[in-house]
Ligand binder design. Structure first.
Ligand code: ATP
Ligand code: MG
Ligand code: MG
Ligand code: MG
Length: 586
């Protein structure tokens, strides 16, 4: 049945809502798809339910295709399973906790690995029961620190979460690949630009993990990619190890008193004056090396700042890294082309890296052929002190990961071949090989072919369902309103009666019935007391991709079909209106 605007629970807004940060979100509120209740908490109105339902349907179809079965767990959960896996405490403030009347601890599920694991443990006991894949479409609760951009980061949101259960790694690999393929089909159908990136598995633990990021400048994730197809969330970028250094040829690391070390401001100033960046930007406190100051130490002992990085609000005085230089090695370096790293081209000599930091991570730029590395160093963490002659591999080790902001456009890719470009993305899906971590913690074992008990190996796979609606809105709008991709639109065609003449309404009713008889969904603006101008504005705001206008032209036997995206209009004979609309939307 047509959605009739005369009775639809809808009130469009001409003004932007005060709290809305992003254009797509503003339009979802203005066009009456969602309404904010509290930060990160939204009500879905009838038009929003239509779109949400279509996203869910796409996901259900693709899950069914890989043989995953739908279930639904409660959102209100007991504490114990989350204690067993350590997540009751690990989740910290993100977890919504509550007590029941008997004072027992409860939580609102942020994700459901524990519950799925326990359900399978309850019901299954043999390798013959596996493989198994289950999913649910469910409200999740996370007390996000910065609920943002409406439904993109909710505190209550819908996730499709799936879990796979296998007897061995080969089975897990197969399940993971099947989900990866399903996700590719889902995100292709949802119709936004996305990349698959290597991901940090974060609190989940486990091994292989990839994210599907919608490419979007407003995204909270940063990813890198190169010309050879490498792509990774910066959280997960694995950089090569620093080069091996012959420790016997360098003196032992030692702590130096350097009370005359310049302040960070002097250093930034001097750096910009003496070593301007080649990319036209200026060095700032946040550039390049986080927490760290790189000093060029000339053979005569004078020091010069080379690169600086500090985390903004943290104290930096105690955190230093120096570079010692011998003239011969400077020359050797300058033979290479390191235009993007003037400080490296001029300064670095392998074994001379000095560093100190309050037992936290020092990031350093090391060999220019690899550009970025990281290390743990302790000691000499007071102002006016340095550690000198630290040797990588001897005095500290690299852990091979880098954080956002430290990788720059043009850096060398981890394989040493490609050149990295940076972009922002919104995490839409995440697939993990959990392995046996949860099954071990909760005792999920089955008997194998030889009657031996083995721990089940699991995968977990999530899609942000409500977030997907938000991302599609961000990607599909103009200044007048939303423009839905056909597969997600709340209706296939928006029929507008642009007249107050009752005869026109009668004709329009007939056309709407005709269109619906062909299985096409209609949003029907049959409002009697609303002007054509307001109806046109609402149609543009709501964003159904095809608009059929029935109005003045009817006197000459014509109606108008408008394409919302291109703005193109064409007149068609009223007698062929149904056929034309049906052809257009299919
Ligand atoms: P993010 O990095 O954006 O915080 P996440 O890594 O915490 O997401 P997962 O635990 O991997 O999220 O959950 C699976 C999917 O659920 C995510 O890929 C994302 O699409 C969606 N999602 C996560 N948090 C939210 C949220 N607060 N609001 C809406 N969708 C979310
Ligand atoms: Mg998160
Ligand atoms: Mg994430
Ligand atoms: Mg994730």
């Amino acid at each position: 049945m047509a959605l009739r605007m005369s009775t639809l629970f809808l009130r469009t807004l001409r003004e932007d809502p005060a709290d809305a940060e992003l254009p797509g979100h503003r339009l979802l509120v203005r066009a009456g798809y969602v309404r904010r209740v509290a930060p990160g908490i939204y009500t879905w109105l009838p038009l929003g339910m239509k779109v949400l339902g279509k996203v869910e349907e796409i996901i259900r179809e693709e899950m069914a295709r890989i043989g995953s079965q739908e279930v639904k767990f409660p959102a209100l959960l007991p504490r114990e399973p989350y204690d067993a896996t350590g997540r009751w405490s690990e989740y910290g403030d993100l977890l919504f906790r509550l007590k029941d009347r008997k004072d027992a601890d409860m939580l609102l599920g942020p994700t459901h690995e524990e519950m799925f694991c326990l359900a399978v443990k309850d019901m299954y006991s043999s390798y013959k029961d596996l493989p198994l894949a289950l999913f649910q479409m469910q409200n999740k609760y996370r007390d996000e620190a910065r609920p943002r951009a409406g439904i993109l980061r909710g505190r209550e949101f819908i996730m499709k979460d799936s879990y796979s259960f296998d007897i061995d790694k080969a089975g897990l690999d197969k399940a993971y690949d099947a989900h990866r393929e399903a996700y590719i089909r889902i995100f292709n159908r949802l119709g936004f630009e996305y990349v698959i990136v290597q991901a940090d598995s974060g609190a989940m633990g486990g091994s292989a993990s990839e994210e599907f990021l919608a490419v979007n400048p407003n995204g909270e994730d940063t990813f890198v990619r190169d010309e050879h197809g490498y792509a990774a969330n910066v959280e997960a970028v694995v950089v090569p190890q620093a080069p091996e250094v012959d420790a016997s040829s360098t003196p032992a690391a030692q702590v130096h008193d350097t009370p005359d070390t310049p302040t960070i401001d002097t250093l930034v100033e001097s750096l910009n004056a003496n070593h301007p960046r080649t990319d036209g930007r200026s060095w700032t406190g946040a550039d390049s090396l986080k927490n760290v100051l790189v000093m060029l130490v000339h053979p005569d002992g004078t020091r010069e700042p080379l690169a600086i990085g500090l985390p903004g609000d943290r104290e930096v005085d105690a955190k230093r890294l120096e570079v010692q230089v011998a003239p011969a090695e400077v020359e050797a370096f300058e033979e290479k082309d390191f235009a993007d790293y003037p400080m490296l081209a001029k300064g670095y000599i392998g074994p001379g890296v000095l560093g100190s930091e309050k037992s936290s991570k020092i990031r350093y730029l090391l060999d220019p052929s690899i550009a970025v590395g990281s290390a743990w160093v302790t000691g000499a963490d007071e102002p006016g002190k340095h550690v000198i002659d630290l040797v990588h591999g001897r005095d500290f080790t690299a852990d091979g990961t880098v954080q956002a902001g430290e990788i720059r456009e043009g850096d060398v890719a981890p394989d040493g071949k490609g050149t990295l470009t940076l972009a922002r993305g919104i995490e839409m899906g995440h697939i993990f090989q959990l392995g046996t971590k949860y099954a071990e913690a909760l005792g999920l074992k089955v008997l194998d072919e030889n009657g031996k008990l083995v721990t089940v190996t699991m995968g977990s796979y999530g899609v942000g369902v409500t977030r997907a609606v938000g991302v599609v809105a961000e990607d599909n709008h103009d200044q007048y309103g939303l423009i839905w991709p056909r597969e997600l639109a709340p209706a296939d065609v928006h029929v507008v009666v642009a007249s107050k003449d009752e005869e026109v309404f009668v004709k329009a009713d007939e056309i709407v019935r005709g269109i619906e008889a062909q299985g096409v969904e209609v949003l029907y603006d049959d409002r009697r007391k609303v002007s054509p101008g307001v109806k046109f504005k609402d149609a543009e705001l709501i964003g159904v991709p095809t608009i059929l206008v029935i109005g003045k032209g009817l006197a000459d036997g014509k109606v108008e079909i408008k394409d919302r995206r291109s703005g193109e209009r064409r007149e068609v004979e009223v007698g062929s209106a149904v056929a034309e609309v049906v052809a257009e939307v299919q």
